[in-house]
Each structure stands twice: as structure tokens, then as C-alpha cells.
Design a protein around this ligand. Structure first.
Ligand code: CAA
Length: 258
């Protein structure tokens, strides 16, 4: 890799905190950031000592989009041959729970990155938008699909066609974010949520993420069947035995992630 890293990583207990770090470009997502972020998230997914990831940006911007300057002069053939943005399928295939802690701008690819995480915690300063249409393009990392599923057609259509931003309160009302918290406590609150998740059994949390995501991929009947099969499979884990024994014995569970 050339140049400085575009992300900072830190481990607190069983949580890996990844901070996007291209402050001069408002964390615009270029090829290097894409590569480094996906590598860091994949490493955390594979690390048995890590049970949850938090991804955050700066106070001003979670991420202001895909890097416009990097794409500006690309040709169709280059975008197609390089299958630009297809790498993100490796990110969405990760099984470890991922929390997005969003303050400031989450625009274009930044909004799409937040939506590819499993839940979004927003600072009261957060602004979500898909302003690509103003650049003569449209969302390219899932925005037209995920935003529509998360907030419904009317709001998604308005945001994608006009580029209007949604503030944190509207994003919470619309169901895009799980909660809004004061900006100065955002990362701490996201770490608390992540610590709670990381305190659960990792394989069970992974299966739970997979089951919730199935709701977006299939019919209700198939999804409920998938859930039931995976629920049955959980009885092959030690953590199910431990979790239920701990309840019956009125003590805290000690999960071994097996
Ligand atoms: N790509 C590249 N550079 C970006 C960028 C982006 N998406 N967003 C901001 N920057 C750069 C600016 O060019 C500027 O750099 P210079 O100092 O070298 O001029 C620096 O970050 C600071 O930005 P501003 O001076 O514009 O800051 P501001 O406070 O005046 O405005 C903003 C903030 C409203 C977020 C504005 O930066 C903005 O509109 N950014 C672009 C938002 C956007 O269109 N995002 C969609 C990108 S396309 C995309 O994401 C496609 C997809 O779906 C995959």
C-alpha cells in the first residue's frame, strides 16, 4: 500500500472500532479506503476475540460519498471491466455484527456504507442523503435498493430524485436509524451497544444477523422456515446449553463462542 492508511483501528475488549480517516476529503470512499476497510472488517470477522465492529467517521462527516475525483474521468469500459463497487459484496457477506455510528454527512456512498452495516446509531448532527443525481449519476453501492427497503418508496424516491438530505430526527422516524444520541456521546454509546452484542455468543449473533437479513432476501414463509432451521441448529452449540443453564441457575451466562 502506498501513502498513509485511510482508516484507524482500535480494539476495546471484544469490540473493534474502525474510524474512517480521510479528513481532508470528508472520508470520501476511494479505492484504498474500500480495500482497507473491507480488509479490516474481514479480519475482525475472522478473529475469535472480536464479537462486534463499530464503524465511525468524524464529527463533520461519516463519509461524503464515493470519491468523485477518483471516478470523474472513468469510462464506461473501465467502470464495467473493474466492476466498480462489486467488492462491497464481500463486506455485506461478513457475518459479524457491524454498527455504524454516524455523525455529520452520510451522503452517497457514505449513506450506502451506513446502510450496509447492521444497525445505524445517529448523532443529532447526522445528515443522510443520496445526492448522486446532482452529479449526473445515481446511487451505485445499493442506495436505490436499501434506502427503498428501509424508508419506503416515497422518501427514497424523493431523496434519490432531488438529492434532499434527511436529518437525524427524520431518519429515526423513517426507520433508517435505530436511535439518535447527542453528538458528543455518539461513539461511546455505539461502543456500549457493540459491547452488549460482543458479550453474546459470537456464532449465535452471526446466525441471528443472517436470519434478520433473510427478511430482505426472501418470502415470509421461506424466511420463517430458515429461522426455524437455524433455531434448531443452535441446539448443537455449547452456548445454547450455557445460556439456558445460566438462566435456570439464576447466574450470568459465560459464553465460550462455541
Ligand atoms: N469525493 C471527493 N472529494 C470530496 C467528496 C467526495 N464525495 N466530498 C467532499 N470532498 C472534498 C471536497 O472536494 C473538498 O476538497 P478540497 O478541500 O480539496 O476542495 C473537501 O472534501 C471538503 O469538502 P467541501 O469543501 O465541499 O466541504 P463543505 O463543508 O463545503 O461541504 C458537503 C460538505 C456538502 C458534504 C460537500 O462536500 C459535498 O456535497 N460533497 C459531495 C457529496 C456527494 O455528492 N456525494 C456522492 C458522491 S457519488 C457516490 O457516492 C456514488 C455512489 O453511490 C457510489
Amino acid at each position: 500500500a502506498t501513502g498513509d492508511s485511510t482508516i484507524l483501528t482500535e480494539t476495546r475488549g471484544r469490540v473493534r472500532l474502525i474510524t474512517l480517516n480521510r479528513p481532508k476529503a470528508l472520508n470520501a470512499i476511494n479505492a484504498q479506503l474500500t480495500r482497507e476497510l473491507i480488509a479490516a472488517a474481514s479480519a475482525a470477522d475472522a478473529d475469535p476475540g472480536i464479537g462486534c465492529i463499530v464503524i465511525t467517521g468524524s464529527a463533520k462527516a461519516f463519509a461524503a460519498g464515493a470519491d468523485i475525483k477518483e471516478m470523474q474521468s472513468a469510462t464506461y469500459a473501465e467502470m464495467y471491466a473493474g466492476d466498480r463497487f462489486a467488492d462491497w459484496e464481500r463486506f455485506t457477506a461478513l457475518r459479524i455484527p457491524i454498527v455504524a455510528a454516524v455523525a455529520g454527512f452520510a451522503l452517497g456512498g457514505g449513506c450506502e456504507l451506513a446502510m450496509m452495516c447492521d444497525l445505524i446509531l445517529a448523532a443529532d448532527t447526522a445528515q443522510f442523503g443520496q445526492p448522486e443525481i446532482k452529479l449526473g449519476v445515481m446511487p451505485g453501492i445499493g442506495g436505490s435498493q436499501r434506502l427503498t427497503r428501509f424508508v419506503g418508496k416515497a422518501k427514497a424516491m424523493e431523496m434519490c430524485l432531488t438529492g434532499r438530505m434527511m436529518d437525524a430526527a427524520e431518519a429515526e422516524r423513517a426507520g433508517l436509524v435505530s436511535r439518535v444520541v447527542p453528538a458528543d456521546g455518539l461513539v461511546e454509546e455505539a461502543m456500549r451497544v457493540a459491547e452488549t452484542i460482543a458479550g453474546m455468543s459470537k456464532p449465535i449473533a452471526m446466525m441471528t444477523k443472517e436470519a434478520v437479513n433473510r427478511a430482505y432476501e426472501t418470502t415470509l414463509t421461506e424466511g420463517v422456515r430458515f429461522e426455524r432451521r437455524v433455531f434448531h441448529a443452535m441446539f448443537a452449540t455449547q452456548d445454547q446449553k450455557e445460556g439456558m443453564a445460566a438462566f435456570v441457575e439464576k447466574r450470568a451466562a459465560k459464553f465460550t463462542h462455541g
